[in-house]
Ligand binder design. Structure first.
Ligand SMILES: O=C(O)CCC(=O)C(=O)O
Ligand SMILES: [Fe+2]
Length: 267
């Protein structure tokens, strides 16, 4: 430990997770290594490609491209519960998310990203994952867990972030972004945890291999989901104590005052 002087108030950490949480809070992002092992990564790659092929053929690849949805896999857990059990609701990860958001949070979205060599990707535009929002908050409302399904390197277009911008109400200037952006390199199987207000983009893939990621955004249950997950799952997992909360069954908008009160009675 480096020496210091004049310090009367300093955070002390006892576990690796303490440091992840500290980085998330201060810089707006952190890397949690070793969440998926190589055998699960291999399955994830194949399954993500399969779900995308299915979505592209169902919706039409050209129509996807026309709405900037090319190589974006929406809610893969609807198509294969591998993406629920091993990814979105991954036990090791959920234990950390609880430390950030408390006991009650829901899944806001799950998006797979297939970043192909030498092709622009829509997520390559700078953004916040809570788009159009310009505010700061003393406690995070939303946190993203971006699973690195392949190694994330500068060469293959790893995520770029502008540290601390989750604390900026106004997005910094283009000059500031260019001068302060940072590539987040991480090995496959890691999860990049980031405050959803952090300004970020997918990098440009100038390697010869595909870079895949799966972003899961967890939010306080007062925020709505990007896609109605209970409807998408048609009642699946509604009887599971954790998953019914997590997937949004318990916090779905009540249909009426009576329905809202009936739900209360059942509690
Ligand atoms: O592909 C990446 O590295 C970032 C993806 C992203 O920004 C997103 O899914 O919201
Ligand atoms: Fe994003």
């Amino acid at each position: 430990m480096e020496s210091s002087y004049g310090v009367t108030l300093q955070q002390t950490n006892t576990t690796a997770t303490d440091l992840y949480l500290e980085e998330l809070r201060i810089k707006g992002f952190t890397i949690v290594p070793g969440i998926l092992d190589e055998s699960l990564l291999q399955i994830a790659r194949e399954k993500l490609d399969d779900v995308y092929a299915m979505q592209a053929s169902a919706f039409g690849a050209e129509r996807l491209a026309a709405i900037h949805e090319k190589d974006l896999v929406r809610i893969p857990l609807k198509y294969d519960d591998f993406f629920l059990h091993q990814v979105a609701a991954n036990e090791q990860l959920i234990a950390i998310i609880k430390l950030v958001l408390g006991e009650y949070f829901i899944l806001h979205l799950q998006n797979g990203i297939i970043n192909r060599p030498n092709e622009a990707h829509h997520q390559g535009s700078w953004h916040r994952d809570l788009p159009y929002q310009n505010f700061t908050i003393s406690h995070p409302l939303a946190v993203g867990a971006l699973f690195c399904i392949d190694d994330f390197t500068t060469d293959n277009g790893c995520t770029q972030v502008v540290p601390f911008t989750h604390k900026c109400e106004t997005i910094p200037s283009k000059e500031y972004i260019m001068a302060n952006k940072l590539p987040v390199e991480a090995s496959a199987g890691s999860v990049i945890l980031f405050d959803s207000m952090l300004f970020h983009q997918a990098g440009y893939n100038s390697s010869s291999g595909i870079r895949r990621g799966i972003n899961n955004v967890y939010v306080a249950p007062i925020l709505k989901q990007q896609i109605d997950i209970p409807k998408a799952l048609n009642g699946k997992y509604a009887d599971d104590a954790f998953l019914s909360k997590f997937l949004g069954y318990d916090s779905a908008v009540a249909e009426s005052d009576v329905a809202w009160r009936e739900r209360r009675v059942k509690k």
